[in-house]
Ligand binder design. Structure first.
Ligand code: HEC
Ligand code: HEC
Ligand code: HEC
Ligand code: HEC
Length: 196
């Protein structure tokens, strides 16, 4: 479940989604497409090169069941790794439609990955959602999606893609739970830390 979360984003004000522009020209980091990860990372430091500060993302708590929306409900891999499913499946949740690799027939799960990490086909978000002004590694140009209810095309830079993928769920968690650590989309420092 929870694949639909990506789609609920239209409900959030665009300002919250961080229209602030990043200008740093440093090289990309992120997962990197050059080498294949052979294990599922536990904690990932995102945005190491960003001026607003790096983000410590607890991958295992997010996908291992600790951080589901409800107790006992795990967040599916594809609710974040949306291209790691057949194109025909993705297309059931517009604006999604792209698969990577394009002809894949499998859907990413922990089991699929543990069986054969290479075949599981996990690409780092930043390999497609590049930083503003940079060309993505795996796509000819930056992905765009149509803003729902309008014809405006939104460029899915790393900033836009990560904020959408992360904020929608946190927003919902915060509206449903009285006590929660889920970051507020508008409190930038709940994710971005400048020191160290
Ligand atoms: C809440 C969102 C989320 C969920 C759920 C999630 N991931 Fe991830 N995963 C990420 C992010 C973000 C990265 C870092 C990507 C980057 O560096 O651009 C990542 C990175 C990875 C990587 C390393 C990729 C690389 O080459 O750098 C693997 C492997 C991976 N995830 C597997 C999984 C598997 C298997 C599942 C399901 C059991 C899963 N993930 C669930 C967000 C998620
Ligand atoms: C849920 C955590 C979270 C919150 C809250 C958040 N961000 Fe982000 N932000 C991220 C992640 C993750 C990235 C992508 C980092 C990467 O590409 O590795 C990012 C990327 C960015 C970037 C692009 C950085 C670069 O140089 O590539 C900017 C600018 C940014 N955020 C600004 C903000 C602002 C301003 C706010 C508050 C309105 C905010 N963020 C709130 C997680 C968050
Ligand atoms: C192989 C390239 C590729 C990778 C890898 C990728 N994306 Fe995307 N992403 C796209 C494309 C292309 C779109 C536009 C919709 C489509 O064609 O499916 C998109 C759209 C999105 C959207 C907008 C969806 C909506 O409902 O508006 C979000 C959010 C997003 N990606 C987040 C992520 C995150 C987070 C990761 C990593 C966990 C990731 N993407 C990995 C190519 C990619
Ligand atoms: C489907 C829901 C969901 C998605 C998607 C999601 N989160 Fe979370 N996140 C949670 C929940 C639930 C918590 C913890 C709430 C609690 O402790 O009450 C949390 C907590 C956090 C925290 C604070 C606690 C900690 O682990 O450090 C950070 C930082 C965070 N998330 C970052 C991210 C980033 C970055 C992304 C996008 C790559 C993301 N999250 C995507 C549900 C989600």
């Amino acid at each position: 479940m929870k694949r639909r979360l990506l789609l609920l984003v239209a409900a959030l004000p665009m300002a919250v989604l961080g229209l602030v522009l990043a200008e740093s020209q440093e090289a990309q980091i992120g997962g990197g497409s050059g080498s294949v990860q052979t294990r599922i990372p536990d904690v990932i430091i995102l945005g190491r090169d960003s001026k607003v500060g790096k983000v410590t993302f607890n991958h295992v708590k997010h996908n291992g069941g600790d951080y589901g929306m409800e107790a006992g409900i795990t967040i599916d891999c594809i609710s974040c790794h949306h291209v790691a499913q057949p194109a025909s499946e993705a297309a059931k949740y517009p604006p999604l439609r792209t698969a990577w690799p394009a002809d894949r027939t499998t859907t990413l799960t922990a089991d699929l990955f543990l069986k054969d990490p290479k075949q599981a086909g996990v690409a780092a978000c930043r390999d497609c959602h590049a930083r503003a002004g940079e060309v993505p590694k795996l796509m000819p140009e930056m992905p765009v999606v149509k803003q729902s209810g309008s014809t405006m095309l939104v460029k899915m830079t790393n900033q836009m893609a990560f904020h959408r993928a992360c904020d929608v769920c946190h927003f919902e968690v915060r509206s449903k739970r009285q006590f929660t650590n889920a970051p507020s989309p508008t409190t930038c420092t709940s994710c971005h830390k400048r020191e160290g």
